[in-house]
Design a protein. Sequence first.
Length: 367
Amino acid sequence: MASVSEENYNPEEYLLDTLNDLDIGYVKVSNDGIILNHNLTFNKIFGYNPEESLIGTKTLDYWLNSEESNKFREILFKNGIVKKYIAPVKKVDGEKIFLQMNFKLNKNSNGEVISSEGVFVDVTERIKTASNISDLKKKKKTLKESDERLKIFMESAPNTFMLYDSDLNLININKTGIKRFPVGTKKGEIVGKNIVELSPDVKKKGRYDEYMEVIKTGKPFFVEEFIPHPKFGNLYISLTAFKVLNGLGIIARDITERKKKEAELRLHSKMMENMTEGVNLIRASDLLIVYANPRFEEMFSYDPGEIIGKHASIINAPTEKSPPSPPPPPPPSSPGRRSRGYCGDHGRKRRMARRNPKCQERWYSLM
């Protein structure tokens, strides 16, 4: 190892050479931000030619922005030293990089600050890696929370949720779906099984081919079907099948109660239509007719649906306690013109007279 004589020894140059070997940048800066000295690694880190001297250039040219520079100088001049300070800077081509710096102030014998100097290393890759790890952790956390919400949603839903792979093997099913199977069935006992094994009649009904078509084309389909159930009686199921990635999703909803209500309404409607008595419903808030069966419409000579929305007063006859005021003289009749109202009022007299003898008497008494 070559020795260095005291005559040729320059502490600063020796320091620069040592730092170059360690791939550590060095810079000495005046109080007004002008570079007084630097080593070759400074050039390397900032992307300059190794032989180019940057002495006399402004340190501000290397900072990403003046705010970062001012922030660093404020800390340095307040504390006299800065350790492991990480800051964003820019290379000669404008690329953003990160440096970790250790700087100190230099003072003269009178205690006056005459310059500052420090060393730094490029920690860009480390920062990116840390950032990527942080982002990855955040994504994992978000994904986990999303999975938990989805799980809670599926397990709390009153509908059946089933997920199959491209071969129609069951991947997942919620609690409501498991109840479709015999009592005591565990999720682990059915997950992984093919839909043919879980629903033996799926091919006979043609559902298997319809499910495969959904996976092939991505076009969903909807169906309502009747299922006789040995335990719960007859069931009606609303089923929607749709493509999920390269597999199949199925949502099944029990609509038995809805079907029963619809059947009751149809029966009630049919009964009302076939009744010999006239029936109508009047809304209490505004006394408008909201329903009338065919017999009622016929009794008052209205076409089907014509009476709906009219005021109840059109079907109320005058009473002795509330005698009607004398009617005004009728306007000259026009060919084909008909007036409307109760048979005893000024409307529908001719049509009612033809159907109701009492109306006929009242009509002729007013003529």
